[in-house]
Design a protein around this ligand. Structure first.
Ligand SMILES: [Fe+2]
Length: 280
């Protein structure tokens, strides 16, 4: 199973820019990569911060592009979004009975759970009692299957200043996941930083942003955190029966290739045919 992940898009009204960046054009780079190189994806996940200021014109921009995506799409919201405005533009997208933009997708590889960590007036993420109860019920239903969690705010820390605005309620969330026992991966965005690791025994990946990305500046280090115009990141998950691989792709350089073929195709095929042996 192949899942194409796009995070932190930060769309605005047509013609507007965020931090000087044309986020719609950057989103289009990701969508072009999806269409040209990963049209066989089983799913595309938009991991929140769809809009820069949660305004309707930004969601209309998103709406116009969702029509052209040829694979199934799941959409999450982040702290830059506005749940009410989002749901007004997309009344038919998945949500739970309380209006939280939660959903599940049952696949041959396990249950994918999509969480809504948005909280009005907070940069941090939240999972209130209602949301934790919903998650607990969905985990119980999938007691016999692996589970993969998708959410905007990381419950884990990455050693940078952004940790101060990650998800609150992380202990309660962790306890909820512990009750299941086979959570294979947590996938989050929000930090505008690509990294991976293990949080309290659970593997995680942090997907980089379509918007600017942050350089490594660990907490306690003097000076501002560097923010970079490039790359424009997306991530691609390959879920196997006993494996999970995540590729991180800079879609801004897709069309820039070396002018000569360093490894002639015939030579590669000969080596493969010899089982990796360089010479005949
Ligand atoms: Fe963001």
């Amino acid at each position: 199973m192949k899942v194409y992940i796009i995070s932190d898009i930060h769309l605005l009204a047509p013609g507007e820019t965020s931090k000087g960046l044309d986020t719609a054009a950057r989103f289009d780079l990701a969508l072009n990569d999806l269409a040209e190189n990963h049209a066989d994806s089983d799913l595309c996940v938009l991991l929140g911060d769809l809009a820069d200021h949660g305004a309707e014109p930004a969601y209309r921009q998103l709406e116009s592009r969702l029509k052209d995506i040829k694979v199934p799409v799941r959409v999450l919201i982040g702290n830059h979004d506005d749940r009410d405005t989002f749901r007004a533009v997309f009344p038919n997208l998945a949500a739970d009975e309380h209006g939280f933009v939660h959903s599940v997708l049952d696949t041959a590889k396990g249950r994918l759970i999509f969480l809504d960590t948005f909280e009005p007036d907070y940069v941090n993420g939240h999972l209130c009692e209602k949301r934790l109860a919903w998650l607990s019920a969905r985990l119980t239903e999938a007691a016999d299957r692996p589970v993969y969690i998708f959410m905007h705010h990381p419950p884990f820390e990455i050693g940078m200043r952004v940790d101060a605005i990650n998800m609150r309620d992380a202990a309660a969330f962790r306890a909820c996941l512990t009750s299941h026992g086979d959570v294979r991966q947590i996938v989050a965005g929000h930090t505008h930083r690509t990294c991976s690791g293990v949080w309290q025994g659970l593997p995680f990946i942090n997907v980089g942003a379509v918007h600017y990305n942050q350089g490594v500046k660990f907490t306690g280090t003097a000076g501002p955190v560097p923010r970079y115009l490039f790359p424009v990141f997306t991530s691609i998950m390959l879920l196997g029966d006993d494996s999970l691989v995540v590729h991180h792709q800079d879609v801004s350089t897709n069309r820039i290739q070396l002018p000569v073929q360093l490894f002639p195709e015939q030579r590669i095929q000969e080596i493969i045919a010899r089982g990796g042996r360089i010479s005949a």
